[in-house]
Ligand binder design. Structure first.
Ligand code: DP6
Length: 326
């Protein structure tokens, strides 16, 4: 019996320019490029053991043995890894997140980035960062962006090989902090995967996509110049556009709660006062408040005073996926 194992960690990420809708759902080829930052301090830690004697893949998440859809999605990804690595053996996967589920932080990005990095390392292989990113993308689109470090761009492309993410700037390039205002810890009604496939039913999706490259270029430039006011304007616009598409899809997807909108308006008021803070929301009601570090404490204490805010989490810019043990 031969065994091979490895452990890897990967951070979740928050998108400044969003991924919403695929040109190919199976390959998760996005209709537009996106930009994000990794979230330091929050991570998924995943161990993969390729075991010759196993008759089927096994997956434990946060101490609980998984069955059904959760296991199937991991087994599907392990099959992709087996095909690429030329292996037959099944795997035992043990994963844990150090951040709470339902906190408005997508766990699939960190999960599939860590699973990819650990699965490849456990087979004793080394693949390029670019290829790891393409493989992670097949598990969850946004996972492509959790492979490289810091501020990351993921390229829309027509082929599997060309749709990968790459680091634009190292984590210490700009001291941004993501403060998540958690207003609802419940599970989202409609997950991202179903949302991506209904995006094209919105008459607004074509308009959102048409100018996405321009917004990507504006955010890239704003980060490069550390220009917060330009950055804030485009990040909020892009989030509003994605949510407009969601709300006008068939069936419509309403992720905002009244408290989300209240916080969005307050954030704009605070910015008008001079605080460098802007908002962005993913497929859920919690509000990610992106701010510069010198304003982060003020923003956090203001958010914590709001009756609708259950708790806040904060994260600096994080590094890329890393293999810990082999
Ligand atoms: C709203 O990567 O979670 O967070 O590929 O189906 O796993 P799947 O979707 P996922 O979608 C993320 C959507 C988003 C925007 C973003 O992160 O860019």
């Amino acid at each position: 019996m031969t065994t091979h194992s490895a452990t890897a960690i990967a951070h979740p990420n928050i998108a400044f320019i969003k991924y919403w809708g695929n040109s190919n759902d199976r390959l998760r080829l996005p209709v537009n490029s996106s930009i994000s930052m990794n979230l330091d301090g929050l991570f998924a830690e995943t161990s993969v053991e390729w075991l010759d004697h196993l008759s089927s893949d096994e997956f434990t998440l946060n101490g609980e043995s998984q069955t059904g859809e959760s296991l199937q999605r991991v087994a599907y990804h392990l099959e992709i890894l087996r095909n690429r690595l030329g292996r037959q053996s099944k795997a035992k996967v043990v994963s844990a997140n150090n951040f709470p589920t339902g906190a408005g932080i997508a766990s699939s990005a960190a999960a599939f980035a860590a699973l990819t990095a650990a699965g490849v390392a456990a087979a004793g292989e080394t693949l390029s960062e670019r290829e790891l990113s393409t493989i992670a993308r097949l598990g969850s689109g946004s996972a492509a962006r959790s492979i490289p470090s810091g501020f990351v761009e993921w390229y829309a492309a027509d082929t599997h090989e060309d749709s990968y993410a790459q680091s634009l700037f190292a984590p210490d390039y700009w001291d941004l902090v993501d403060i998540v205002a958690v207003i609802n810890k419940g599970h989202k009604a409609v997950g991202s995967t179903a949302g991506h496939s209904s995006a094209q039913t919105s008459p607004l999706q074509a308009a959102r996509v048409a100018e996405a490259d321009e917004r990507v270029a504006r955010v890239r430039a704003a980060i490069s110049e550390r220009n917060f006011s330009d950055f804030a304007e485009v990040v909020e616009l892009d989030s509003n556009l994605m949510h407009s598409v969601m709300m006008t899809s068939n069936p419509p997807l309403f992720y905002w709660e009244p408290a989300s909108l209240r916080i969005m308006k307050l954030v704009r008021e605070w910015r008008a006062e001079g605080l460098r803070v802007c908002y962005t929301l993913d497929a859920g009601p919690n509000v990610h408040c992106i701010c510069v570090r010198s304003d982060a404490e003020t923003v956090r204490s203001r958010l914590n005073k709001l009756s609708e805010v259950l708790t806040t989490l904060s994260a600096n810019v994080g590094g890329g996926a890393q293999v810990l043990q082999q």
